[in-house]
Every structure is written in C-alpha cells, then in structure tokens.
Write a protein that binds this ligand. Structure first.
Ligand code: ZN
Length: 131
C-alpha cells in the first residue's frame, strides 16, 4: 500500500506545492483574503520571493496556496503533510501515528500533530483551518 509514496509530490516541495495548487485552485489562483482571481492575482517571480508566492492587486495582500488551510505556518514540509494525508486516506483500517512516523521519518510528536489536524479537517470536510 505504500508504493504511491514513490510519487515525487511526497519528497519534492515544489511538486507538492504544485500538486496542491492544482487541487485547491483548479481555475487558477484565488486570493484567500478577498476572493480575487484572474488578472487581479500576480505570481511573484524571482529569488527574492518564497516559491509559490502570489500578490493580490485587489487587496494588496500576498499569499501562497497554504494560507488558511491546515498546512499554514507549519514547520513540517508540505510533502510530508501530503504523504500523511494519503496514508490516512489509503488505509482502510487506518494508520497509527507510530506507523506514519516510521514511514515518513519525521518525529512522532510532529506526526501526531499532523494527523490530528488532518483528521479534524476530514471530519469537517475540507482543508480549511479550523480556528
Ligand atoms: Zn485579495
């Protein structure tokens, strides 16, 4: 059941972010602050900016795909979040935090925290952060 973990989105941060962008924004980026889309949203290019950073012309805010999701402001790489999410969804019997911790090579504490957040998100039916 772990063959899918060979997918680069579970090891490569850029691929993980692009994967999430394609799912969260199937019609192109949407400003999480004001809902602006299309020409109101500009991708910030160049090394001076974090990868995946966008600027909204309508409200002047900057954002990435993880803003206002369960993945926001986490020190855990996005690729690990996705791997944990897939492991939880792929396993019919459910996976324990110990299993995920061993499979992904991240600390048990981080794994537990991630899985707790992901379970909450699945229970409420989305990846939006619950405050
Ligand atoms: Zn905006």
């Amino acid at each position: 059941m772990t063959d899918f973990l060979k997918n680069p989105i579970f090891t490569d941060e850029t691929k993980a972010r692009e994967w999430l962008e394609a799912r969260v924004w199937p019609q192109g980026p949407v400003c999480p602050h004001c809902g602006a889309t299309g020409e109101d949203v500009t991708k910030m290019e160049g090394n001076a900016h974090r990868a995946g950073l966008f600027q909204c012309k309508a409200c002047r805010e900057q954002f990435t795909v993880t803003v206002k999701t369960v993945f926001e402001r986490s020190k855990i790489p996005l690729s690990k979040w996705l791997a944990a999410l897939f492991l939880m969804v792929a396993s019919k019997k459910g996976v324990s935090a110990h299993q995920v911790h061993r499979m992904l090579g991240i600390s048990y504490k981080s794994t537990w925290f991630m899985m707790h957040r992901l379970r909450e998100a699945m229970r409420t039916g989305g990846l939006e952060a619950q405050n």
